[in-house]
Design a protein around this ligand. Sequence first.
Ligand SMILES: *Cc1c(COP(=O)(O)O)cnc(C)c1O
Length: 389
Amino acid sequence: MGIQLFKASFDVEACLAQVRECLEKGWTGMGFKTVEFEEAWKRYTGHKYAYYVNSNTAGLYMAVNTLKEKFGWEDGDEVISTPLTFISTNHAIVKSNLKAVFADVDDTLCLDPKSVEEHITDKTRAVIFVGFGGNTGSLAEVVKICKTHELKLILDAAHMSGTRYRDGSVPGTNGDADITVYSFQAVKNLPTGDSGMICTDDEELDQIFRKKAWLGINKDTYSRTVNKEGTYKWKYDVEYVGDKYNGNAIMAGIALAQLPLLDRDNAYRRTLAQWYTEVFAQYPNQIGLVKIPDDCVSSRHLFQIMVKDRDGLMMYLNSNEVYPGVHYVVNTDYRMYDYGRGTCPRAEFVSDHIISLPMHMGVSYEDVQYITGLVVKYVMEIKKGESYK
Ligand SMILES: *Cc1c(COP(=O)(O)O)cnc(C)c1O
């Protein structure tokens, strides 16, 4: 089978116990476990409000369109974003009839604050910051820029479950981001099947998310059934043309079973990253590493290196049964976003040279020695020590 990039690991018995509880209770939809997981996630992160949704993609879309409505942004107004992300981030902007304006990344692979500042115009309304690979990058500086220029800040925390600052605080809390959105998709650090969490300190936003994610209905089935005396309460009003974005109790049960593993798993990911780094740091000209600021305790969703001939290395590793990935192809290479082509040279360079190495609970010390051995052999012997820069 070889060594895969990602492989989710589950506490199977704990997950089954949670699912069994849902099945025995006869409640698999929104409510019950979804509420329990929201509470658990708020305790774990420190976010004031948290609403469980069926994906980060759905959460990002609600984040953008809700801010647009609340603050009266016009069609065509601008949101500054990174081109080095999964396309959900940028689709969220375009789906709300806003324009994604691409700023470049720095050596953390997250948005470069200088480039963000250069791209601010009188139409800029918000910034979406992606905590790439679990990295906080220069988030603190971007927070300051947003406050100075009165821009809203959305944190795409799809990779950041479990990321903390050294002082223990969680990125996006304490008023840093207006909205933070996590992913609990199948290969993220807290895997379910598909789901996510949209978090904010603003009670009004939280209330709107709860309605919009439930077709715009202003009372959910669970509170109608459970929180009222007597018969099933069937009366409700519809305040928005909403979507069906709510999470369900089965997924939330799995999330509840997995949450106690998150810190332990992330610690192991950091150990893997350290094993990789110990070898690769000996070849600074041939193997580029991603900078992680000292005050960031990264969830280490990804471990990435940059090499001269990425595609060649990819094939070489595949032929030795190691199956890495690429995060990400710069979004300005895609037809939908090609108006940004050539505007983010650093991100374009990264896109051509980056490779994500296997990073999951099933990767052993021996696996890391095997993989690093192959990479070093490729860049030093086969490619004769060519610099990647
Ligand atoms: C995975 C991912 C998403 C989308 O998450 P889903 O829960 O699968 O919708 C968004 N942004 C980034 C950076 C991601 O990696």
